[in-house]
Design a protein around this ligand. Structure first.
Ligand code: GDP
Ligand code: IMO
Ligand code: MG
Length: 423
């Protein structure tokens, strides 16, 4: 059996959580491989809305195993809140949730460092979710980090104190005025550590290796999106992990030979939250309509998401880097009622037409060249089969498929689990 990957191909919030929830019935295991509580994955079913930050989106399915892989960074305080929500819904996660011993821990002082770093950047700030993601991955690659497995060591408290002290001296260097009470933060953190210790810690690479050998089916759930990838995204306005397909190998310990399908999740338009370039961003009524109809507010921070047309130059790039084998289009329903729909098919970059993503589009002169499509009026939200989809939407889909060379196999027409059309 192979591991199928599910990845966001834009700037995050494509609707990954919804599709993982829809597909989980086909898999025995769902595994997160990177990112941390900067992610907010929304699932809606049976009139209930759930937002997951750390826990894989398969958790609501009885019998599915859910793994937080080594590539993820965990804030026990946020994880504890997620578990409390599961408790309210009587989800037996003690049997179905497994945490990699090699996953790194976000300490309270990582969050403070994130805030200090952003404050010093001023206008150049990344627009981080301030969950401590960057500083935690810095400690990981700097070989200073603390891992879940360290909690099983006798000297875990000493490791925690040493790292905290180091962070406090770094905070002094930043010299920004952050209001915080360290004792309170540490007390809250230790409470949450007690909850984390109640979960099953595993050597997840070994677990997954054996699962594959036993013909189990595994879905790897990406967080963020390809354009936020540390190597291939719009650097430095990115997150601190590899959000692309390769990240699943390092974030789970699986071999490239074991990867099967690569599902690329895309919105029918584009959104971005935080700073950084966004060539197709709209500042007019069309952008406002997308934001309003699409309820485009961050699932983690509540910030309004920036909205714009689909960027096929960026999408083709993401499809290539990930080797996407299928695309799934989300939020097609949000575009109902637009007279004209546009998709960017090339850029004018420094005065010349280019059909690929240039090295940097941060401050450079880049403007989108659009192809236009006729819109559709029909409300899609109660449609249940591909045969019902309006012709103009099918034309739009066909154009995208031809442009990037990959089929769109699912069209999502609403946030609920059931509002999902298979093609
Ligand atoms: P993720 O981070 O990729 O899991 O996506 P988010 O959960 O952050 O954002 C996606 C938002 O769109 C959530 O509020 C979903 O409930 C919602 N959503 C997902 N699919 C659809 C869809 O097809 N139509 C509409 N209208 N909303 C959707
Ligand atoms: P999901 O998994 C959208 C953005 C932040 C910021 C940049 C860096 O829900 O799609 P960080 O907190 O990592 O230091 O922030 O990345 N960002 C996301 N945007 N969806 C996400 O996750 C994101 N996770 C981080 O807004 O611009
Ligand atoms: Mg999200």
């Amino acid at each position: 059996m192979k591991v199928d990957l599910l990845l966001g191909l834009q700037w995050g919030d494509e609707g990954k959580g919804k599709i993982v929830d829809v597909l989980t019935k086909n898999y025995s295991t769902v595994a997160r491989f990177q990112g941390g509580p900067n992610a907010g994955h929304t699932l809606i079913f049976e009139n209930q809305k759930h937002v997951l930050h750390t826990i894989p989106s398969g958790i609501f399915h009885k019998g599915s195993k859910n793994i937080v892989g080594n590539g993820v960074v965990i804030d026990p305080v946020i994880l504890k809140k997620e578990l409390e929500n599961l408790d309210q819904h009587h989800i037996n996660y003690k049997e179905s949730l497994f945490i990699s011993r090699k996953a790194h821990l976000i300490l309270p002082t990582h969050r403070l460092l994130d805030a200090a770093s952003e404050a010093t950047k001023g206008k150049l700030k990344i627009g981080s979710t301030l969950k401590g993601i960057g500083p935690t991955y810095m400690d990981k690659t700097g070989r200073n980090g603390m891992r879940v497995g360290d909690l099983e060591l006798d000297n875990w408290k000493e490791l925690f104190d040493n790292l905290t002290q180091k962070h406090l001296s770094m905070l002094a260097y930043f010299n920004v005025d952050l209001a915080y009470n360290l004792d309170e933060l540490v007390a809250e953190y230790f409470d949450a550590l007690a909850v984390l210790r109640g979960l099953k810690f595993i050597d997840s690479e070994d677990y997954l290796f054996k699962a594959l050998k036993n013909n189990q089916t595994i879905l790897a759930e990406g967080a963020q999106g390809s354009m936020l990838d540390i190597d291939f995204g719009t650097y430095p306005y990115v997150t601190s992990s590899n959000t692309t397909a390769a990240g699943a190998c390092t974030g789970l310990g699986i071999s490239p030979h074991d990867i099967g399908e690569v599902f690329g999740i895309i919105k029918a338009y584009t959104t971005r939250v935080g700073s950084g370039p966004f060539p197709t961003e709209l500042f007019d009524d069309d952008g406002k309509t997308m934001g309003r109809v699409g309820c485009e507010f961050g699932a983690t921070t509540g910030r309004p998401r920036r909205c714009g047309w689909l960027d096929l130059v960026a999408l083709k790039y993401a499809v290539q880097i990930n080797g996407a084998t299928q695309l799934m289009m989300m939020k097609a329903d949000v575009l109902s009622g637009f007279k004209t729909i546009k998709a960017c098919t090339s850029y004018i970059y420094k005065g010349k037409m280019v059909d690929h993503l240039p090295y940097s589009i941060n401050n450079e002169d880049v403007s989108p060249v659009y192809t236009e499509f006729k819109g559709w009026e029909a409300d899609l939200t109660s449609m249940t089969s591909a045969a019902q989809l309006p012709e103009n939407l099918l034309n739009y889909i066909k154009f995208i498929e031809n442009f990037v060379g990959v089929k769109i196999t699912i069209v999502s027409v609403g946030p609920d689990r059931l509002q999902t059309i298979m093609r």
